[in-house]
Structures are given as structure tokens and as C-alpha cells.
Design a protein around this ligand. Structure first.
Ligand code: GLA
Length: 720
């Protein structure tokens, strides 16, 4: 029976192929540097035949076997004995699924080519469509899956991964990015052995608090910066995610990224299409540095909100005043912002709530009207004061959350995710609003909409999310609780897309108690994210190093604060200047020289934007592997490069090597200048004000590291 069916299916396969861009039963997803080849097997099953460096000769695809290999999107109950991508119980209780090729198509989309591969079960009216968008120049592939059916009753899905990728190498090393409040993006590596390693989160809303939705795999050798083959992947999902890495009996690795199906069995109705989140990946043959540059370019061009746009420097008040401010104090800070030369003043938490004023984190969340005692003129007076001071005005909100001590909670207890009959557990004294409920979505959208309708002068939002989901239960979902984790995130996207549609030009910072939200789906709606509340510059060197693996400097917000006052203002500012620069510090507490340094730093940062915000980043010296750090940015025209060099805690008489630069033209000559010196100090660099060839700078390098603790310098190279 099976043979008969397969043969008849084969006829279907090739009949469909006629109209498709299939060469010899092969589907090819290509960038300029990578090929993913999917083979249609003789029985119509689909296999991943190849994933690796781009093949130069098309005709050689025929060498790949079509009748064996790895199921391109493995399903439960088939003859693959390892972790599947899809686990379905059909309406009749059958738990097996076999997918066969139906057709494929390719079309040009912005920046790349979209390949769609449709598969169908031979026994059930179940359709699975694999999607791949390949960006040739950036060498990035975006992939996701659509699942739909026409069975008589709903079917249930216990697993629904975004994609599945396989690798066959001698060994595999995983780099993961663990996290916690003030400890974001901590990189650690391990060799993958037989069996599974899972990275996942079950936190729901502040989902990436303990681990971030991205990873690197060293293929054949541990991940290194400038050489070796590395897969870098990230999931665009602002909720529970799971990456499964499984090494099988033959030493092959499968990578399965997707929504974490934990407590999330999904009931799929007939006619409904379940679209998974996107998995975005690049494979570099020249180490993680090149992979990061691929992702940075791709993000700026095709993903990040306002990826090609400008960014504003700012003065924030959270670290400076916390909840303790009033109109007068804020007006003064706005003037300080102006004298510092930044573009904007950003008012943080603590401006709202009247029945329950937000004078600490125990009350007020949910009541988004300005506190009359503190701010009698409300937001309009703040906008006017900013206008008068000559800066833009931005404001903090946390619209997905509620304090039980709030009017919102009193009026709508049924809008909140909490157990009706159990003890309530609070995280930062707050609860999460139930975004699966359309009324709650309207309310959350209304928070932004009302502020902007009443105050078109508001120029920026910092959108925070401080609590995970605890005691999950939705009064709205009734007996259908198991889709809440998924529907909650969809509700969030519904709100964010409405905000983006109505206010496309308003920049927003994504914040989640620091950097617990850092994924490319959210960043379609946000211009940048807050990497961490930890602004100690030493810690930030590691945190920013970690996030820079996946995100361009333009997407990462960094502020100069009072954390680790033992370090100089220059060191703190130089670290923040590698990202979107801001300040969150009492300027009145700085000496004249320090203030002057900050002013100059703002002007210099503005001048160097083409390199730092929009250029190519080269991570030169890793803080993980030395007592120093150095990062270089080269603008796209190649005319300016800037190197940020840091000494963290060098040992006594430690051997210091020159730092070799990257990304320069060997034949061009560059004027080397140390910039951003403290007022009254001079450069001690031997190379200062001298001209070198790119060849020399890349082979010999510059002596820019020292034996001093927490010291820094910025070197500008100008092509002559
Ligand atoms: C979170 C953010 C901080 C600040 C506070 C305000 O912790 O990460 O930057 O906005 O909330 O309560």
C-alpha cells in the first residue's frame, strides 16, 4: 500500500514540479555565501541535502542523494527516531504525520528571494508550508512555517517549531547567552555531546530574563571571532522560546528553534493557519565577527524599526532622581539636557497615578494620568518646558502591567492574568494584563494613543515590561487556557502594530527590567532596546560585547550613569559611546572638566554616527579572553574608522601587544589621532597624529592598550 501510494504521489510531485523553479528535484535557497539545498526524495518526502558554504557549480547539486537524509521538517510518528519539529494529534486521535512534497515557488521580495515549499500529509488534509527568505548580500536567511488543515474537528499541536536545520561535523560547540537582572548576555560555551541540550524560557512576558533568544554554534571547532564556521541564530518571538540541540546516534546535530510548547498545547481549528515565529540565521565561514556584521547589516536594512534612520542622544532621569521629582526639577533637568547638547529629555517612571500615586513601585501602574501634586500641568506642561529648553521630550510607560493598588485593577480585575482561587504571587508588586483579551489590547493601545493624541509633541517612548507571567490564568480564555502564552504574545504584536501604523515616526525604546526583551520581532516596532540596568562600565563591556553578536550598535541603548563611580567619567562615557549614547546622571554633581568631557563626547558621537551607528563593527580584543577590550567601527565609505580601547584590570607588568585593526584598505593611508581626551590632557600614544597604511595597521597594529586599571581611549582614523 505504501509503495503504491508513494508512486502515485511521485507523479503528483513531478507534475507540480513542472511549473516550479526546481532543478532536478532540488530546491535551493541561496545567499551569496550559503546554500541550503532541499531534495525531493523518490517518494516525495523532503530532505535537507546540504547546508553550508555556497556551491559554485549548479550542476553539482545532482551529486546529492535524494533518497535519504534528514527530513526537512521532521514530524512525530515517522521513522526518524529523534526530536521532531512538529507533533500533531489529528482530530481522530492519530498521532502520526507524514509530509510529502506538493509544490514550491520563489519570488523576489525586498532585499532577497522568498522560497515557499508546500507539503501535505497523504492521509490527512494537513498542509505545512516552509518559508525561507534569503538575503544574498547580507548572507542571512529568515525561515518560518505555516500549518493549516481541513480536518473535521480541531487538531492539537504539542510541538510546532519554526524550522529544523541539520549539521554533520566532527564536533559542535554551543555558545549561549544566559542572563538575569543586571547580568544580561553572559556568554558561555560548551561542547555538545550525544543527546539534547535545551535553552528555553517559561517566563511569558519578561521572557528573556534568564536567557536570550539567540545562540551560536561552532561547527567543527569552538566559536572564534575571526575564523571558523559558525551558525548564528535568533528567534523573533517576544515570549517563551525554546532551542533544542540534539546530537544523534551518528553524531549529527539537529537544531530546532521555536516557541516553547511548554504548557502551550495548541488547538488548531480547520481553516486556521498557524504561523510560527521567524528564525533568523547566518552561517559565517570567517568566525562570529563576520556573522555579526551580516546580522547588523540585515537588521538595519530590513528589520529594525527605522533601521536606516537617525538616533537621538538623551538625558534620562531614572538613575538620577528615581521617583523623586516635580515639574520644577524636571524643567531644570531639561535645561541641563540642552546644555549637555543631547537631543532629548526622557522622563522615566513615577509621573502618573492620582488615587494611588506612583511614588514607589508598589502603586499606580495602570493609571496613566499625570500625578497632579507632582506635575500640576500634566504632560502638556512637560512638553512645553522641553520646547522652551530646546530639547525633545520622551516618556516612560509600562502599559502591559498593573499594580493591584491602582484604579485600573479596581475597575477591571478580570483584565489581569492571575489565578482566581490561589494565592497571588507578585513580581515587583505587579501583575500582567491579559493581552489575549481584545478589550485589553484596545486599552494598552489607548495608553499610547491617548498620550500622543493629547500631546503630539511627545517624541519618544521607553516601553517597559518588568514582570514575568506568574500563576498563569486568563479569565478571558475560560476553559481554553493552553493557548494563553501564545495568544498573549500575539496580543502584544497586535497592539504594537497598531501603534506603528498610527505613529510610524515615533521612536521607541524596548525595555524589560533591563534587557529581558531583545528579539527581532519586537524590534520591528522599536528603534532600540535597553541592554541592562547595569550601567557599571566594566560590566557593560561584557554585556555590550554579548548583545553585539546579534544586534547593531544602533539598536542598543547605553547611558552614562553613577554606577561604579570609582571609574572615571571618561571611561563610563567611552563605553556608552559604543552604542546609542545617553546620560542618566546628575550633571550638577560633575566637575567642570567632567561636564566639558561629556559635552564634547556628545558632539563627537554625533560626528561619528556614520561609523558607529551605520558602519561595520570589528570586535578586536575580547574582555572574555583578556584584561582589555577593543572594538572598531568603520563607516561604509571606508573613510573613517574609530577604535575604542579599554584596559579593565590588567595584571602587573602584563605583556601588552599592539592591537591589529581590521576592515581597512591596505593601500590607503590613514591619519591616526587620539580623540576625546579629558580637558587639559594630551595623548600619550606614540602613533598620535601620524600616518600609517591600512596594511601596517592591520598587520602590525597600534599600541593602544595600557597597564592602567579602567582606562580608555578613542582613536579616530581618517583616510588620507
Ligand atoms: C526598569 C527599567 C529601568 C527603569 C525602571 C523604572 O527596571 O529597566 O530602566 O525604567 O524600570 O521603574
Amino acid at each position: 500500500m505504501r509503495i503504491f501510494l508513494s508512486l502515485s504521489l511521485l507523479a503528483v510531485v513531478f507534475c507540480h514540479c513542472m511549473a516550479q523553479p526546481l532543478s532536478d528535484g532540488m530546491i535551493r535557497v541561496s545567499t551569496d555565501a550559503t546554500d541550503l539545498v532541499i531534495a525531493v526524495g523518490p517518494h516525495g518526502r523532503l530532505y535537507q541535502a546540504y547546508l553550508g558554504p555556497k556551491l559554485l557549480h549548479d550542476e553539482e547539486l545532482q551529486h546529492f542523494a535524494k533518497n535519504r537524509g534528514w527530513e526537512v521538517y521532521s514530524t512525530s510518528g515517522n521513522e526518524d527516531y529523534f526530536e521532531p519539529a512538529l507533533g500533531i494529534t489529528h482530530a481522530d486521535g492519530n498521532m502520526t504525520t507524514y509530509l510529502y512534497y506538493v509544490d514550491s515557488s520563489q519570488e523576489k521580495v525586498k532585499g532577497g528571494t522568498h522560497t515557499r515549499v508546500t507539503m501535505r500529509d497523504d492521509k490527512y488534509p494537513l498542509t505545512v508550508v516552509l518559508n525561507y527568505v534569503a538575503y544574498p548580500k547580507e548572507n542571512v536567511i529568515r525561515t518560518w512555517t505555516e500549518i493549516s488543515h481541513k480536518e473535521k474537528k480541531p487538531l492539537t499541536m504539542a510541538q510546532y517549531a519554526s524550522a529544523m536545520l541539520y549539521f554533520s561535523r566532527q564536533a559542535y560547540w554551543l555558545t549561549e547567552f544566559s542572563s538575569d537582572w543586571a547580568k544580561e548576555a553572559r556568554m558561555s560555551s560548551q561542547q555538545l555531546q550525544f543527546g539534547k541540550k535545551v535553552i528555553d524560557t517559561k517566563l511569558g512576558s519578561r521572557a528573556a530574563m534568564h536567557t536570550h533568544p539567540f545562540f551560536e554554534i561552532g561547527l567543527g571547532a569552538p566559536v572564534s571571532e575571526h575564523s571558523g564556521e559558525v551558525l548564528m541564530g535568533t528567534l523573533g518571538w517576544t515570549g517563551n522560546f525554546r532551542f533544542t540541540f540534539e546530537v544523534d546516534n551518528l553524531g549529527n546535530l539537529r537544531v530546532i528553534p521555536g516557541i516553547n510548547p511548554y504548557a502551550s498545547v495548541y488547538e488548531l481549528k480547520a481553516g486556521e493557519t498557524f504561523t510560527t515565529p521567524e528564525f533568523i540565521f547566518t552561517i559565517s565561514s570567517n568566525g562570529a565577527g563576520e556573522g555579526s556584521r551580516n546580522l547588523h547589516d540585515w537588521a538595519r536594512l530590513y528589520s529594525l524599526k527605522e533601521g536606516s534612520g537617525d538616533r537621538m542622544t538623551l538625558l534620562n532621569n531614572w538613575e538620577n532622581t528615581a521617583f523623586d521629582f516635580d515639574q520644577q526639577k524636571l524643567s531644570e533637568l531639561m535645561k541641563e539636557a540642552r546644555s549637555l547638547g543631547v537631543d532629548m529629555f526622557l522622563l522615566d517612571d513615577g509621573w502618573f497615578g492620582n488615587k494611588y500615586p506612583r511614588s514607589n513601585d508598589r502603586a499606580g501602574l495602570g493609571d496613566w494620568t499625570a500625578t497632579r501634586d507632582k506635575l500640576p500641568g500634566g504632560i502638556p506642561a512637560l512638553v512645553s518646558a522641553a520646547e522652551e529648553a530646546g530639547v525633545k521630550f520622551g516618556i516612560w510607560i509600562e502599559p502591559e502591567m498593573v499594580n493591584p493598588k491602582s484604579e485600573l485593577f479596581e475597575q477591571h480585575p478580570d483584565w489581569v492574568i492571575m489565578q482566581p482561587n490561589r494565592e497571588t504571587y507578585y513580581y515587583r508588586n505587579q501583575l500582567v494584563l491579559d493581552l489575549s483579551n481584545p478589550k485589553v489590547q484596545d486599552y494598552v493601545f489607548g495608553v499610547v494613543d491617548r498620550i500622543l493624541t493629547e500631546n503630539p509633541g511627545v517624541a519618544y517612548f521607553k516601553w517597559d515590561c518588568n514582570s514575568p507571567i506568574i500563576n498563569i490564568y486568563s479569565p478571558y480564555a475560560g476553559e481554553k487556557q493552553s493557548q494563553l502564552y501564545v495568544n498573549h504574545v500575539r496580543g502584544l504584536y497586535n497592539v504594537l502594530s497598531r501603534v506603528r501604523e498610527k505613529y510610524p515616526d515615533v521612536p521607541m525604546m524596548l525595555c524589560s527590567g533591563g534587557g529581558a526583551r531583545c528579539d527581532y520581532e519586537a524590534l520591528k516596532y522599536f528603534t532600540e532596546f535597553w541592554c541592562s540596568d547595569n550601567t557599571d562600565p566594566v560590566e557593560r563591556l561584557y554585556i555590550q560585547w554579548g548583545f553585539s553578536q546579534f544586534f547593531p550598535a544602533k539598536a542598543m541603548a547605553a547611558h552614562v550613569t553613577g554606577w561604579n563611580k570609582r571609574t572615571s567619567i571618561k571611561f563610563r562615557t567611552d563605553v556608552a559611546a559604543m552604542c546609542r549614547l545617553g546620560f542618566d546622571i546628575g550633571l550638577d554633581k560633575l566637575s567642570d572638566d567632567e561636564l566639558e568631557y561629556c559635552r564634547q563626547a556628545v558632539a563627537t558621537w554625533n560626528r561619528l554616527k556614520p561609523a558607529v551607528m551605520d558602519g561595520d563593527q570589528y570586535r578586536l580584543v575580547s574582555p572574555y579572553e583578556s584584561n582589555h577590550a577593543a572594538v572598531e567601527y568603520v563607516d561604509k565609505s571606508g573613510s573613517t574608522a574609530v577604535v575604542y580601547a579599554y584596559d579593565i584590570f590588567p595584571r602587573y607588568q602584563e605583556k601588552l601587544l599592539p592591537v591589529r585593526l581590521l576592515g581597512l584598505d591596505p593601500e590607503s593611508r590613514y591619519l591616526v589621532r587620539e580623540i576625546s581626551l579629558m580637558p587639559g590632557t594630551k595623548s600619550r600614544l606614540a602613533a598620535d597624529n601620524k600616518v600609517f597604511s591600512g596594511d601596517y595597521l592591520m598587520k602590525v597594529g597600534l599600541d593602544i592598550l595600557t597597564g592602567n586599571h579602567t582606562s580608555s581611549r578613542i582613536i579616530e582614523l581618517t583616510r588620507q
